[in-house]
Design a binder for this molecule. Structure first.
Ligand code: SF4
Length: 344
């Protein structure tokens, strides 16, 4: 049976083609055509021997995950829904930023078993861990849809799913996205976000990408309430892993902190958050909750959000309020789902 081309890293493709009796160098030729020249039709790969091209479809498939729909928000954010077959679909969001920044937020799973209470994706049980090809495919499809003068500058693994629950596919996809034979993106422009699977955080360190941690609680009591994973790996262990990442990479950790009215937004919690993170080189992104159906949580008032942010600034934290993008098309943080009835 033929295999999905996009799931192979270059070394894995070399090995695979050799196992089929083909020459190893064919792998880098294919990478150059597909990723370098954006040619997906083997018939157009003119420097490949005809005999190799003729057999290619027996070994490899070059189809990308089809886009079911693309929605554009009033603020320019674009959301894409991809068909993964078997009645499964997944979303990516393209977010414009200042200075020509264009960030693609990709998904790594359909549904998610970690069940963070504020997250729409977490309401669906895990249905599928994506293949590396399905992750690379999200990037490639969006790239092909963009006008030539627009460039995706950053990738964040902050869409549906917990990336460290699907590490093989995530890090293989990063290999292809960053390989000079692949898309040649900088590892520093890729951020992998985790809800706190502590033993796997060294994989992010090793990959040379940036670490973001979905923190959302300044102590174990609150964090365990909104993120059940905290019961398994409590805050102390998480902070230790973050410190190791910062020590080894000399990079800052990004802490994401969702402000939930009456749950995570008090002044005491702002101070506790500062003391929790102050020894770790980091920046804190505060994210006012984006309400979605059945969440049971609410967004704090503007006044509370300002006071919370200002307290962190006063104490000396590097803190940014994440601008809410794509809220009108359910593309904002924590709003992603494959339940199309909610989004269309
Ligand atoms: S926030 Fe991330 S880890 Fe938590 S349920 Fe949602 S997708 Fe899963």
């Amino acid at each position: 049976m033929s295999q999905d081309f996009y799931s192979f890293t270059l070394p894995k493709l070399e090995e695979y083609l050799e196992s089929k009796g083909e020459k190893k160098f064919r792998a880098s030729q294919l990478f150059k055509w597909v990723y370098g020249h954006r040619t997906l039709d083997p018939e157009k790969m003119t420097n490949l021997a005809k005999s190799f091209r003729d057999n290619l479809s027996e070994h490899l498939r070059f189809g990308l995950p089809p886009v079911i729909f693309e929605k554009i928000s009033n603020d320019g954010t674009r959301k894409y829904l991809f068909d993964l077959g078997d009645n499964l679909s997944v979303e990516s969001v393209l977010i414009p930023g200042s200075g020509g920044r264009l960030t693609l937020c990709v998904s790594s799973e359909v549904g998610c078993n970690l069940a963070c209470k504020f997250c729409y994706t977490g309401k669906q049980k895990l249905k599928k861990r994506l293949t590396a090809g399905e992750i690379v495919g999200q990037y490639y499809q969006v790239l092909l849809k963009l006008p030539e003068d627009l460039k995706i500058t950053n990738i964040v693994f902050m869409g549906m799913g917990e990336p460290l629950d699907n590490p093989q596919a995530v890090f293989d996809s990063i290999e292809t996205l960053t390989s000079t034979h692949g898309f040649g993106l900088s590892r520093k422009k890729i951020t992998v976000s985790t809800s706190g699977i502590v033993p796997m955080i060294p994989l992010i360190t090793k990959s040379g990408t940036r670490l973001a941690v979905s923190l959302n609680g300044s102590n174990n009591e609150v964090r365990s309430e909104v993120m059940p994973i905290n019961k398994r790996w409590p805050i102390e262990q998480l902070m230790e892993a973050c410190q190791s990442y910062a020590d080894e990479t000399r990079e800052k950790v990004t802490f994401e902190y969702v402000l939930l009215k009456g749950v995570t937004d008090s002044m005491d919690q702002a101070r506790e958050l500062y003391h929790l993170t102050k020894k770790i080189p980091c920046k804190i992104n505060i994210i006012p909750f984006n309400e979605h159906p059945e969440s049971g949580y609410f967004r704090p008032s503007e006044g509370t959000i300002h006071r919370f942010q200002n307290e962190l600034i006063r104490l000396g934290a590097q803190v940014l309020r994440r601008k809410t993008m794509g809220r009108d098309i359910y593309a904002a943080c924590g709003q992603l789902t494959t339940a199309q009835k909610k989004t269309s």
